[in-house]
Ligand binder design. Structure first.
Ligand code: NAD
Ligand code: DAU
Length: 355
């Protein structure tokens, strides 16, 4: 039986990953370590409550003593590091919070895993540390060169404090591989969407605002392009990289599904209006607002390497995924009000006190 040390497993992608793995494998143990910031929510894991294969621990990845204790207690075979501050707009307000969790947190985990896994001969056995990275570390692509994509050898050129912190974390992971022969993989994925995404990100924000006839704030001219991937396809890719990825390699993950933001917003309006049969959900709700500072123009992944090496491909067409996602938010209105109300917001406010 393999033991997976999953960090950030109460967040959006992390909880989808935990559920995906529990569904797919019987003989598995997941130690899910999450600090439960505003973005982490135990309700995401309700469907596996009481399942003995899943152990949830509320802890901060920056807490070295706690991480050491957990490594000793559970002897994990794999680390999958999702834990992070993930929202670009917040990083523009408080970059230091992002440096703390995304960089110091990752280095703390690397240190603890290395100490726990290293054998007297300097080998690490069949262990692996997978860093869940982002395509944002590559910077921005021009709109007028639609055939240019991010590849694994594209130089890192992060613009936002969020992507700078993720690039720094990737570089530490790479350095542990290069210096100590530590067994690592880095994945860099494009924009995810699907169930359990905190409604501060474009797609869930627009769905929930549209359903409540609130304004839909589109940054700048709305022509920025993102490459959208249904979250389950990302989870599947991570599982494949864990089991088959060549050590030390980076794998880009993306859906070849580039869309301008305004297309996404209009599609959501159309699908929401149809789903609830409400003529008040129209394009009149769109408001163009001030652009995000340093707003990257276009992201686009060429997932050729992960396709060729591991046989991964995105299975969920955007038109299918977006309808499933809208349906999920319609059926989980309570989840939305819980995660956006009191306790979680207070926690986040506290994190920033005195910084
Ligand atoms: P999220 O914000 O929904 O979840 C992050 C989780 O990490 C939360 O549960 C939070 O409580 C936890 N966390 C935060 N700080 C922590 C700490 N110090 N210790 C322990 N837990 C902590 O993020 P997400 O969208 O699910 O992203 C997960 C990972 O995937 C991140 O590393 C992100 O950079 C990366 N990623 C996200 C996307 C995307 O589109 N959302 C795309 C590519 C890569
Ligand atoms: O590319 C992967 C990245 O995708 C991940 O690493 C990040 O964790 C994740 O948050 C996401 O980053 P983005 O900045 O691309 O996602 P966001 O949903 O914040 O914004 C998507 C696009 O929509 C972006 O061009 C900004 C725009 N936008 C966003 C919001 C929240 C708006 O126009 N209006 C909005 O209200």
């Amino acid at each position: 039986m393999k033991t997976y040390f999953v960090t950030g497993g109460a967040g959006f992608i992390g909880s989808n990953f935990v559920l995906y793995m529990m569904e797919k494998y019987d003989d598995i143990r997941i130690v899910n370590v999450d600090a439960l910031t505003y973005a982490g929510n135990l309700e995401n894991l309700q469907s596996i409550e009481g399942d003995r294969r899943h152990i949830f621990v509320q802890a901060d990845i920056r807490d070295k003593a706690k991480m050491e204790e957990l490594f000793l207690a559970y002897q994990p075979d794999y680390v999958v590091n999702f834990a992070a501050e993930s929202h670009v707009d917040r990083s523009i307000e408080t970059p230091e919070v992002f440096a703390d969790t995304n960089v110091i947190g990752t280095v703390t985990l690397l240190n603890v895993a290395k100490a726990a896994w290293e054998k007297p001969d300097g080998n690490f056995g069949k262990r692996k540390f997978l860093q869940v990275g982002t395509d944002e570390v590559y910077g921005s692509l021009p709109l007028d060169e639609p055939d240019t994509f991010f590849r694994e050898d594209t130089p890192l050129n992060p613009h936002s404090p969020y992507s700078a912190s993720k690039a720094a974390a990737d570089m530490f992971v790479k350095a542990y591989g290069d210096t100590y022969g530590f067994p690592v993989n880095i994945t860099r994925c494009s924009n995810n969407y699907g169930p359990f995404q905190f409604p501060e990100k474009l797609i869930p924000l627009m769905i929930n605002n549209a359903l409540h006839h609130k304004g839909l704030p589109v940054y700048g001219d709305g022509l920025n392009v993102r490459d959208w991937l249904y979250v389950e396809d990302h989870c599947k890719a991570i599982d494949m990289v864990l089991s088959q990825g060549r050590l030390g390699e980076v794998y880009n993950i993306g859906g070849h599904n580039e869309r301008p933001n305004i297309f996404i917003v209009k599609k959501i309006i159309e699908e929401c209006a149809q789903a609830v049969d409400d003529i008040r959900i129209t394009e009149d709700l769109i408001t163009y607002v001030e652009d995000r500072k340093g707003h990257d123009r276009r992201y686009g992944i060429a997932p050729d390497k992960i396709k060729a090496d591991l046989g991964w491909y995105p299975e969920t067409a955007f038109e299918v995924g977006i309808v499933k996602t809208i349906q999920w938010y319609l059926e989980n209105a309570d989840w939305v009000s819980n995660v956006t109300s009191g306790a979680y917001q207070d926690y986040y406010a506290k994190m920033y006190e005195g910084r």
